[in-house]
Every structure is written in C-alpha cells, then in structure tokens.
Design a protein around this ligand. Structure first.
Ligand code: FES
Length: 122
C-alpha cells in the first residue's frame, strides 16, 4: 500500500473473533484493531464519534438487529464498539455511529493478514 506506513499488530492467532488490540504508533495516535470473524479484521481510530471517549476502554459486542418490530437477535457478522463514557455504539467495520446524531465517524484504516501477521496501514 503506497504512501502508508505498515504496522505489524500481532500474529493472526493472537486475536480471537471479537478480540481487540490497541496500537499507539509513535505514542500519539491511537488505533483500535479488532477481529470480526475468522478472516476479517478492522482498524478504527480510538476516539468515539460522540465526544471523543476511548473506544478501547469499552467493549465490542455483536450488533442487535431485527427484521420486524419486537424481533431482535445478535448479528453474526456485525459488531459494535461500545464507548465507556455514554454507551454510544460505533459500527466496528465502518467507524460510523449506529445512531446518527451527528456527522462524525471514527476514521478507519486498511488491515491485512500477511504471512500470518495482522498488519495495519496508517
Ligand atoms: S464520548 Fe463516547 S459515548 Fe460519549
């Protein structure tokens, strides 16, 4: 990936689906890397789109979805990051807030598995 810095996060087997890992490259930027499934990872900036709380201090859970009123279940393939400050939910894949109360979103970064390493390009 040209123009971006390559950061090795960890070995792929070190992150289970639903697991997260915080990166602090250079000690300034904070990037939260998460494993969504056996073969999908995501990386978002560690700042909540609501008021900048640390997403890494919260939890990651499967998103509640429903096909009809009063029916709900946890999605197999959608995850939310829940902020510890006000429980705002951010889509872990897109960085977008689940409830659109403003136009903010958490920045996302490309992630790949290369030779068994999880790698983020920032
Ligand atoms: S700062 Fe994250 S929910 Fe308010």
């Amino acid at each position: 990936m040209t123009g971006r810095r390559r950061l090795v996060v960890c070995r792929a087997e070190e992150l289970r689906p639903g697991g997260t890992k915080l990166l602090t490259p250079g000690g300034r930027r904070r990037i939260l890397v998460a494993r969504l499934s056996d073969d999908e990872y995501t990386a978002v900036t560690d700042y909540c789109p609501h008021q900048g709380g640390p997403l890494s201090g919260g939890s990651m859970e499967r998103m509640w979805v429903g096909d009809d009123y009063y029916e709900h279940r946890q999605a197999e393939d959608r995850w939310v990051l829940i902020c510890p400050y006000h429980n705002f939910e951010t889509d872990a894949r897109t960085g977008c807030p689940v409830l659109r109360i403003n136009r903010s979103r958490a920045a996302t970064y490309p992630v790949a598995v290369e030779d068994g390493d999880v790698v983020v390009y920032v």
